[in-house]
Design a protein around this ligand. Structure first.
Ligand SMILES: *Cc1c(COP(=O)(O)O)cnc(C)c1O
Length: 403
């Protein structure tokens, strides 16, 4: 079973070593014998697609999330597409979602022929704003597609109330949020269908692509089981056209091993977040850097730890951090309503000010579970240095302007 993260990490990082944004190797090292044994077993069986490993893992995820059904598929993107297909969402239908997310959140809607309706996010959680959702409802609205961005749930109470009132579905994009909770319930069981991704850098990451949907509705589960195998209703009888989107046995077997450690790893990410809070507070970076909020009725699992860099200094701070060997990245630099492929929907710059501002000032710092205290200290030390350089440049510019 789970061992504390600290004792599974045999190394301690010397000062001044680079700190990567993410490094999957220490996690593999900590469970290497379990994973290798499992991979070997699947190879001996030579059963690679679906099968017992997949159905066992589906049961484990259903149990973990407390959902009645879980159905594996080839990726988080496919999970979203299958969810929309199972709800009969297609041309002429509207799905309300956030412009501040990974591309797949909106592309799945377009892919099934429906229309993504973007509404802005809130400053506190970076997640979709329920007031804006309600204002965007039309007779064509078929579903709301909230994202639990970076590992913290959207306002699911308010979103569910809107959905019930207007009799529409809720598809949760929980790709970044497995294990995350809203008022004590797990992400993925807070709407009609939950969608997970097992991309290697997600909190539960496989050895390649993988995804899953969770639902309490037996009809939806059954339909998705058919849709993932070309809409086969059994015996090569096809009532509708589906996809080829299955979870591999190898992925399921590896993920099953990793699921047993997920809560320990989430706790490691939370511990790292609290170290960031303590150390950043100590450095007095508050005028430039704001740390992510954790709302009181939620459990944040920190798929990303994204800080905001104020005063237009984000890129300066980011470059300076990179020069010092600290891995950091921008999730996401271009809001979805401004993506060229959605230009035909006619969205304009300025339409979603919170999302647009976030895309300019957000920056992810290393947060993976196996980071040591000294590595977090190093990141904060470099961040403080980057902020000081940026502050000096800013002050210098102000002086120049005044002169
Ligand atoms: C990763 C991700 C997806 C897509 O998952 P894949 O497994 O990469 O297809 C969808 N939405 C969000 C928010 C994600 O982070």
């Amino acid at each position: 079973m789970s061992t504390p993260v600290a004792s599974t990490v045999p190394f301690s990082t010397p000062v001044n070593e680079p700190v990567p944004l993410i490094d999957l190797k220490p996690q593999y090292q900590s469970i290497k014998s379990e994973v290798d044994e499992t991979v070997q077993r699947v190879f001996e069986s030579q059963g690679f697609v679906l099968g017992e490993d997949v159905s066992n893992f589906e049961d484990e995820v259903a149990k973990y999330c407390d959902s009645r059904h879980a159905v594996g598929c080839a990726s988080g993107t496919d999970a979203l597409i299958l969810a929309l297909m199972a709800l009969d969402i297609g041309p002429g239908d509207e799905v309300i979602t956030t412009p501040f997310s990974f591309f797949a959140t909106a592309s799945c809607i377009e892919r099934v022929g429906a229309t993504p309706i973007f509404v802005d996010v809130k400053e506190d959680s970076f997640n979709i704003n329920p007031i804006a959702v309600e204002a965007a409802i039309t007779p064509h609205t078929k579903a709301i597609l909230p994202v639990h961005l970076y590992g913290q749930c959207a306002d699911m109470d308010a979103i569910s109330r809107i959905a019930v009132k207007h009799n529409i579905a809720v598809v949760e994009d929980a790709a970044q949020a497995i294990g995350s909770e809203f008022q004590g319930r797990k992400a993925g069981v807070l709407g009609t269908i939950g969608c997970f991704s097992f991309f290697p850098t997600k909190n539960l990451g496989g050895a390649g692509d993988g995804g899953m949907i969770s639902t309490d509705d037996p009809q939806i589960a059954k339909r998705i089981r058919s849709l993932r195998v070309h809409g086969d209703a059994g015996r090569y009888e096809h009532l509708e056209v589906g996809l080829n989107s299955r979870l591999d046995a190898l992925q399921a077997a590896v993920l099953s091993v990793k699921l047993r450690h997920l809560d320990t790893w989430s706790a490691g990410r939370q511990r790292n977040a609290s170290w960031y809070r303590e150390l950043c507070d100590h450095e007095n970076l508050g005028d430039i850097i704001s740390l992510p909020q954790t709302l009181s009725d939620r459990k944040h699992v920190y798929n990303q730890f994204c800080v905001r860099v104020g005063e237009g200094l984000r890129d300066q701070v980011l470059n300076s951090l990179r020069e010092q060997g600290i891995g950091c990245a921008v999730y996401y630099p271009k809001p979805l309503h401004l993506q060229p492929c959605f230009a035909h929907h006619g969205y304009q710059k300025g339409q979603f000010p919170v999302s647009e501002k976030l895309s300019e000032d957000i920056m992810a710092l290393p947060i993976f579970a196996e980071l040591t205290r000294s590595q977090i200290e190093r990141v904060v030390e470099c961040l403080a240095k980057a902020v000081n350089i940026a502050r000096e440049n800013r002050n210098w510019k102000t002086i120049q302007k005044a002169a």
